[in-house]
Design a protein around this ligand. Structure first.
Ligand code: KG4
Ligand code: ZN
Length: 332
């Protein structure tokens, strides 16, 4: 089966071709324009997707050496994400699928982030725990099987990616904040500043990042710009360590509470190298898996791959194309 995946939920226009679980091509165009605004501007994102979608899909088909007439289905993200951005991808995908007379599947972006782990490790076994950490989500899921998910806990306020993005803005760093903070933190002393880690001692799997962001803001105001720029590596390292500490502490708790010793990560924050290294130390008794960084941040390979899984398990499941900006995972 050959599936074209399309992803336009936020500020990446992406297309990929998957055949029999192998990714034949994956093309991602990141909209750099948002950098000057310090975050994604929804109207601009939709307009950029409209400009990019045709050449990106063509590039993906050419890269896979597949003619569109040979596609068996199209899988497209229908949520969660920005309404206009999602609509651009879904309208394009449904038009193309009608022209080609093939099924079009509306996909859940977060489910695709979980299943990106199977691209990295096809032998991954159920059940496993999945830490989903992106710009809009911070959740731990118990994944019992394909389509059977149990939410163990999530954030009460900001997502981990938002904590990186807002922290970067406070420190005068670029958007997206995750890679910017990771870079600035290189060689810094993460014990230089003690930032608060909410719920660290609670026995519940829950997260909160808004207090951490406020603590950074207060610290910057108190110390002044010169001190911050002179000690940027230490401050960025300390802030990053607090986010990672919050996340891994709860993943450890989820392992201890469930007894499940296979953990996977997904979403843009999972691209963080420091978090990967610390995860291996904190979860030394577990199998810790994470996809390549390019499969953690938004991409269409994960959408095509998960779409193909659906086509194999429930071929009748097409036409489900309603765009839902706050789409939740099945079973919630
Ligand atoms: O999954 P994703 O690409 O888009 C959403 O679904 O939201 O995640 C984007 C988030 C952004 O907040 C970005 O700052 C963060 O992932 N991110 C990172 C890294 N790369 C991207 N956070 C920490 N370290 C990174 N290397
Ligand atoms: Zn994402």
């Amino acid at each position: 089966m050959i599936v074209l995946g399309i992803e336009t939920s936020c500020d990446e226009t992406a297309a990929a071709v998957c055949q029999g679980g192998s990714i034949l091509s994956s093309v991602i165009s990141s909209q750099k324009i948002h950098g000057q605004y310090g975050g994604v501007v929804p109207e601009i994102a939709s307009r950029e997707h409209e400009k990019q979608i045709v050449p990106i899909v063509e590039e993906a088909l050419n890269g896979a050496a597949v003619l569109k007439e040979n596609l068996h289905a199209i899988a497209v993200t229908r949520g969660p994400g920005l309404m206009g951005a999602l609509l651009t991808g879904v309208s394009f995908a449904s038009g193309l699928s009608e022209g080609l007379e093939i099924p079009c599947l509306g996909m859940n972006h977060m489910e695709a982030h979980i299943f990106a782990n199977f691209i990295a490790d096809p032998k991954l076994n159920y059940p496993f725990l999945s830490l989903l950490v992106s710009g809009g989500h911070t959740q731990i899921w118990k994944v019992n099987g394909f389509g059977t998910y149990e939410l163990l806990g999530e954030t009460r306020d900001d997502a981990a990616g938002e904590a990186f993005d807002k922290g970067a803005r406070i420190l005068g760093l670029d958007y997206p904040g995750g890679p910017a903070i990771e870079k600035a933190a290189k060689g810094g002393d993460e014990t230089a500043v003690t930032f608060p880690q909410a719920f660290r001692k609670s026995d519940n799997i829950e997260f909160s990042f808004s207090g951490l962001k406020t603590a950074l803001l207060n610290y910057v105001r108190q110390e002044g710009k010169d001190m911050i720029s002179q000690n940027l590596a230490d401050i960025a390292a300390s802030y990053q360590a607090a986010i990672i500490g919050i996340l891994l502490n709860k993943l450890r708790l989820a392992v201890d509470q469930t007894g499940i010793r296979t953990t996977v990560m997904g979403g843009g924050v999972a691209a963080n190298q420091e978090m990967r290294e610390k995860a291996e130390a904190i979860l030394g008794d577990c199998t810790v898996l994470y996809p390549d960084a390019s499969l953690c941040t938004d991409n269409a390979a994960m959408v095509a791959f998960t779409g193909e899984l659906y086509l194999k398990s429930s071929p009748e499941r097409s036409g489900d194309l309603a765009v839902i900006p706050n789409l939740r995972l099945a079973g919630q």
